[in-house]
Every structure is written in C-alpha cells, then in structure tokens.
Design a protein around this ligand. Sequence first.
Ligand SMILES: Cc1cc2nc3c(=O)[nH]c(=O)nc-3n(C[C@H](O)[C@H](O)[C@H](O)COP(=O)(O)OP(=O)(O)OC[C@H]3O[C@@H](n4cnc5c(N)ncnc54)[C@H](O)[C@@H]3O)c2cc1C
Length: 576
Amino acid sequence: MPYHAPVAEYQFILDHVVRLEQVTATDRFADATPDVTAAILTEAGRMSQEVLSPLNRSGDQHPARLENGVLRTSPGFDQGYKAIADGGWVSISAHPDHGGMGLPMALATAVNEMMSSACLALQIIPLMTQGQIDALEHHASDALKRTYLPKLVSGEWNGTMNLTEPQAGSDVGALTTRAEPRGDGTYAITGQKIYISWGDNDFTDNVVHLVLARLPDGPPGTKGISLFLVPKFLPDEHGKPGRANDLKVVGVEHKMGLHGSPTCTMQYDGATGWLVGREHDGMRAMFTMMNNARLGVGGQGIGVAEAALQHALAYATDRKQGRTPVEGGTGAIVDHADVRRMLTTMKADIFAARAIALACAVAIDMETATGAPDWSARAAFLTPIAKAFGTDTGIEVANLGVQVHGGMGFVEETGAAQYLRDVRVTAIYEGTNGIQAMDLAARKLMDGGEAAHALIDEIEAQAEAARATLPDLAEPLWQASETLREGLDWMIAQSDLTQRFAGAVPFLRAFARVLGGHYHLAAAMAETAAGQGNGPRTRLARFYLTRLLPEHAGLLAHATAGADDLYALSPDDLAA
Ligand SMILES: Cc1cc2nc3c(=O)[nH]c(=O)nc-3n(C[C@H](O)[C@H](O)[C@H](O)COP(=O)(O)OP(=O)(O)OC[C@H]3O[C@@H](n4cnc5c(N)ncnc54)[C@H](O)[C@@H]3O)c2cc1C
C-alpha cells in the first residue's frame, strides 16, 4: 500500500497548534515564509512517497551485508540516498554559512518524519548526519568545520555516532576506547564500538565517525571522555578523500527489524582522529548530537506509526467479516466498534505525539533564534518526552496495526509486521526510554520544576480560555493538569533519586498524556474559531480526552508509589 504524506496535517499543527509563526517572526528564521514552508513540506512529501517508500520492503528482504570486508547496501538504497542528498533534505536546518538551508528545526522534524514513514532504515543516515552537523557547528574548530561541514551538508559524506561498546551501553562512562595524542594535533584512536548505525555504505564518498574515547590522563567515568572526528578516508590537501584510515567494519548485526540499516561493529586500530571541543569534555559535544537525534528518533516512531495507520485503515476498509452495526455500510471490518476503537486510538495518539515533537522543535528554534533561557529550558524538558512518547506511540500503533490485520498482520506479506519489527528499536537506541524518563525526573527537574510548572500553567490557561466554548473538553484537561501538578510536586520532593526513578516511566507518560490533551484542545479551539465547530478535529479531541487522557491518573498513582515495593521482591522471588 503506497504511503501518502500527510502534508496538510503538518501544516495545520504548525499553524494552529504549535504556532510556527513565533519562529518565523524572528530574524534568524525570517526566510521560512508560508510559501517556503508549504513548498518544503510538499516536495519532501513527494520524494518520500515516490522515491523512498518503494524501497522499504526491499530493505527488509535484502538486508545490508558484509562481503569480504566490503559493506553492500540494500537494492535501490543508493538511489534513495541520492534523492535525499540532491533534494537538500540532509541539511534543512544546517546553517547557510556551510551550505545548509538554515530553516527551522520544526520543518526538519516534519520532513524527517515523512522520510521515516517511507523508509526508516534509510532515513537513519540523514538523521545521524544532521546530528553530526549540529555537533560540529557548535563544537568543532574552524579548520574541521571548513573541511567537513560542506561535504556533510551536501550529503557527499555521511556522519555516524560511536558511543556504544560491549561493556558500555547506557553506562557510556564505562567505555575503554583510547585516544593517544600524537603531538601533531592528531590522535591515535584504538578500540571497538558496537551497534554503529550505518558504520559504512557503498554510496557516499566518505564516512565521518564521531567517536567517544578516553585520553591517557582522562579520569574514569563520563567526565574523562573526549570526542574525536575519525574519517574513513583521510582528506588530502584539497579536502578530497585520500588514504584509508586505520578502521574497519568487522561485523554487521542480524536484527529483529530495520534490516536495511547496517548496524556495524567497528574496529579502530590507531586510526587518525581530531579532537572536537575540549579534552575531557566530549560528553558536552556529544550531547548536542544526541539531543538532536533524540527528537529525531521520536519522529521516527511517529513516522512509522503514520505509515502503520494508513496501512491498517486501507486493510480495514477492504476486509469484510460478519455483520456490522453501521446502516448502509459495506460490511468491512472498519465498521466494527472494536476496530474503530483501534484505528481512532492510533489516529489520536499520532496527533498527540506529533504535536509534542513539533512543539519541542519550535522550542529549539526559539532557543536558537533568541537565546532566551526559558526556551532552552522548554526544549530540554520536552526532548525526553518527545523521544519516549514518540517511540512508544510508534510501537503501540504498529502493534495495533498488526491487530487490525488479524492473521494477515502476523504473516509478512502485508507489511504490517515490518512496521512493528522496524520501530521496536526506537525505544532502545539513542538512550532507552527508561533512561529518557530518568533524565526527565532528575536532571530536567533540577530547576526545582520551573520549566515543568510553566508548561502546566500554559495548559491550564488554555483550558480556562476554552471553558466557555468547549467545556466538555476543557474541564477534564484542567482537572488532569492539576493531578499532574501534584505528581510533579511529589517527584520534586523526593531527594532520594531511586524513589523518583521507580516512577519515572509512568511520570513521563502521564506528562505526555496531559500534553497530548493540551494540543488536541488547541486543534479543537482552532476549528471552532474557524466556524467549523464539532468538526473532525474536535471529535478526535473528544475521543482522546474521554478515553485516553484518563490513563494519566493511573500512571501518576504508579509514578508516586516510590521504590520500596519494587525492592520488596528479590530476583529469587521473581524466579520462584
Ligand atoms: C539497531 C541499533 C542501532 C544502534 N545504533 C547506535 C549508534 O549508531 N551508535 C551508538 O553509539 N549506539 C547505537 N546503538 C546502541 C544503543 O544506543 C544501545 O543499545 C542503548 O543505549 C542501550 O544500551 P545497551 O544495549 O548496552 O543496554 P543496557 O545499557 O545494558 O540496558 C539494558 C536495560 O537496562 C536498563 N538500564 C541500564 N542502565 C540503567 C540505569 N542506570 N537505570 C535504569 N535502567 C537501566 C536499560 O534501560 C535497558 O532496559 C544501537 C543499537 C541498536 C540495537
């Protein structure tokens, strides 16, 4: 079933829900006029539909593989990547000084989501490169910027991110890769990295690795880590790929899904690298790339969810089973109440997750344009929510998509199963969703909850404003935000972080649930203001606020239960 890019939906959310006009009113993003925005969304949507979407199955069925040390990618991926690079889709938000379009992150987020819907395995390449461009723009020396940024921005070269080692996954500080200064401004990098997405390919001219490693005098833990740029080919005096560096791919993983994306084991044997940022301060630079990628991975989840919904809806309107209660209906399963429940849940959660991701992107843009600390705090607070809720939504929606298909969802030929297999990893990589939730409950509340309270204040103010026109939507949202505020205050009051961490995942999800209600209400208010009262957006909002929002109360009960009962059962008890 062909993917259809929901361009009008992005446009509506940008215009009426997350208010892109705040961003385009700044000098930095004044070029993102309505015409430009519409053209970008339309053109990226067309490319995703026509060029990338047909590659999704071939990537699944013909995985990337290592042949005598040479990485061979899935059929057609070279042409798909060329379309991405030629269209400038690698560098929508990169700075114009280096050849980027300099457009808002909000637009890049929408475009990335469309490419994820069409072919997630291929979309990872531009996503990783975008994160690397961001990290280099902020932390690299001018010389590195001059050599690498134009090539990364044009897509001639691609970027990767090398954190993980066998003993250092979530605990990045346990890494053992070494960096020895050579005394000529370069470093010799030695060690093994695992699970590196797109560690190599057979269609870009160079692969630029950002590698975390420890200098000989680096203290243990994350504080002693530095970041290095390590290219596959060392640029010659003209900046062209020259001698091969001392690194290679020694293995490609066999995975549950995402077969078209080579997940590589990389061996660095004294490879030449250059420091990015300051010595022992690599995590700061890497966090620029990781935060960029976290929002992007949230968008991956939403993109796959969108494709899974489209697939399921098409199947449900075609497949006939039993008698349905809809008079004059076709007898298709779409008219069974439980199938409607599944499809409408999918639609409502995609809207919520997409609005959260785009609101996070708008906050990043406002931070970039104004430097205002409030916007930085908003962006930092929303990033783990956008990542975890976007990817959880991807998994749940893809899972419902399989259910809507019945047995045809479990067999491979419909493609419904591939969405679930592919999207599953998004809750694991780029910091597991558990780690995202801990970040939210600890680091993101270090301001005493100021950013979180400011967000709840806005939710309540909007609910107040809607009381007269949409009371059945405004009231439950206002109540839910008060319950969320109590949960937030409980979290802040816990000085023992284990108490917070025990409930961090339900806390993050409760926050996302309430935020989702906030954005659904905004959509309904926009419809009402346009004289289209009780239109489809208002009816979808009513579904969300009536059926999905109430989950927040159970989540908050869980979030504030503390850790004691978790440790009341020992691993032996669990095994008994
Ligand atoms: C397909 C794929 C692509 C990837 N791409 C890249 C890439 O390009 N670059 C890269 O560097 N890495 C990449 N990764 C690695 C990925 O980021 C890690 O798998 C992830 O960070 C988790 O690390 P781990 O697998 O070692 O799991 P672990 O860290 O062992 O975690 C196992 C479980 O324990 C939990 N856990 C761990 N520590 C804590 C804690 N302190 N508190 C609470 N719970 C905890 C986790 O949440 C998880 O549920 C990729 C992985 C995959 C599968």
